[in-house]
Ligand binder design. Structure first.
Ligand code: NAD
Length: 373
């Protein structure tokens, strides 16, 4: 069983899909690990550290030659995988709804694409869930980056020269990233409020010591679809939400938006008029910027100044914490493959519940139900 790990090639991608820790663990299961030279450099892992853990290090072609499994953060161009075994597995993120051509090319090349974003939201898969592990770090980074761009302090300070007011932070969307954003802003001493369309988040917001801001006027809103994900809201709800947010946002210093709906563009939460209502020097961080954006006019990786407000958003927020993000991502991949390791076969054998959920291509075809629909 040969497992290969390549250097990520997407622009700005500093993460790596294995660490010396997971290399050792895979070797303990009986696998050989082959890593492309330089793969870990963005995450502060040297080639020597991989060699010390027991991996071989070489060119991309060397690493892929006869590989049974290739691990990636973002799915590699299948051209790089020409030397892998027929039917080799590739476990990585594929962004399958938006990368139809890439998925087709994996099918054509006879590769088995395993999309880590499609990991089902069930208890036993929590430790395999890359969306959660990366969103958590992204929520933290969004607050740190906003604090850095904000020309004032976060905590209240009473000094001999006078009092510095605590920053007001509003978090929109309280999934994994939003919860970590609330916790981080609280730790920095801000006054924090938050909103979501799922009513279950109200208690979570309160338990972190933040204030929930919820639409109460529209009845029958639960907002929760399968797997804990949000569903798209009615027009009536969207209107009520916009009014509530308009009132609240004008009093905020920092707004962190994290709202996503799987398989669709991110919902628009903040309009240009709402930005104009904010105080000069305020900061908005749009964590959904690469999925279409929650904020009108936000641009990936390019800060935008509008009406005296700075709008920030990274195309790859977790990638800005490459060492920790790699460590967690690599563990998610190890937890996934090791949970299915069949000692007699010397390789992982997936079950239906998780295997069918994550498998995009097999035997030359696209096989995933979510992509067929
Ligand atoms: P997500 O990234 O899909 O979306 C982020 C948040 O935006 C969600 O809370 C969503 O409700 C919210 N949102 C969507 N539209 C909105 C709007 N118009 N206004 C305000 N907010 C809006 O969410 P996520 O981080 O993946 O988490 C969703 C849920 O799934 C959470 O409850 C989380 O705890 C749960 N979860 C479970 C597992 C598991 O059981 N294995 C793993 C991960 C997450």
């Amino acid at each position: 069983m040969r497992i290969a790990v390549l250097t990520e090639r997407a622009s700005g991608e500093e993460r790596v899909a294995a660490t010396p820790e997971t290399v050792k663990k895979f070797i303990a299961l009986g696998a050989d690990l082959a890593i492309e030279a330089g793969a870990g450099s963005g995450a502060s892992i040297s080639d020597q550290a991989f060699v010390d853990a027991g991996a071989s290090v070489g060119s991309a072609a060397d690493a892929c030659k006869d590989a049974d499994i290739v691990l990636g953060i973002q799915a590699p161009d299948p051209v790089l995988l020409a030397g892998a075994k027929p039917g080799a597995w590739v476990a990585a993120t594929f962004d399958p709804f938006r990368n139809g051509d890439l998925v087709q090319s994996y099918a054509k090349q006879g590769l088995e694409a395993l999309s880590m974003e499609f990991m089902p939201r069930i208890t036993r898969a929590q430790s395999m869930d890359v969306l959660s592990s990366q969103s958590n770090l992204a929520g933290y980074k969004a607050v740190i980056a906003s604090a850095d761009a904000y020309g004032r302090a976060f905590p209240m300070m009473m000094t001999a020269a006078g009092t510095v007011q605590a920053a007001k932070v509003f978090v929109m969307g309280v999934g994994v990233a939003g919860l970590q954003a609330i916790a981080t802003a609280k730790r920095l001493g801000a006054q924090v409020s938050a909103t979501d369309v799922r009513s279950a988040t109200k208690e979570q917001i309160q338990s972190l010591g933040a204030k929930p801001i919820f639409v109460e006027s529209v009845e029958g809103i639960e907002g929760e679809g399968s797997g804990g994900y949000a569903t798209e809201m009615s027009e009536e709800y969207q209107k009520a939400q916009a009014e509530l947010v308009s009132e609240h946002i004008a009093k905020q210093d920092i707004v962190i938006t994290t709202a996503l709906i799987p398989g669709r563009d991110a919902p628009r939460l903040i309009s240009d008029a709402q930005i104009a209502s904010m105080k000069d020097g305020s900061v908005i961080f749009d964590l959904a910027v690469s999925q279409g954006g929650n904020v009108e006019g936000s641009r990936p990786d390019t800060p935008v100044e509008k009406h005296g407000v700075t709008i920030i958003g990274y195309s790859n927020t977790a990638g800005h914490l490459a060492a920790d993000a790699s460590a967690l991502f690599a563990r998610n991949l190890f937890n996934f493959l090791s949970a299915f390791w069949d000692k007699d076969a010397g390789k992982p054998v997936l079950d239906e519940e998780i295997g069918d959920a994550v498998r995009l291509t097999q035997g030359g075809k696209v096989v995933n139900e979510r992509l067929k629909g």
